[in-house]
Ligand binder design. Structure first.
Ligand SMILES: [Zn+2]
Length: 56
């Protein structure tokens, strides 16, 4: 897979701060992070943000 922004190489990474259910794609050239799962499940990502705010 190539980056939408710079056409660089994207690698799969496990990033719990972005998604606790799936790996995300990160561009090794420009650092762009893509998380298709959170983009499709915005309700879940909002729930995670609220929990983080309460913890802080
Ligand atoms: Zn890129």
């Amino acid at each position: 897979m190539t980056c939408q922004k710079c056409k660089g190489l994207m690698v799969t990474e496990w990033r719990p701060e972005f998604s606790q259910e799936a790996a995300v794609l990160r561009c090794i050239n420009c650092g762009l992070v893509l998380d298709p799962l959170i983009a499709q499940n915005r309700v879940i990502s909002l729930g995670v943000k609220q929990r983080v705010l309460k913890a802080a």
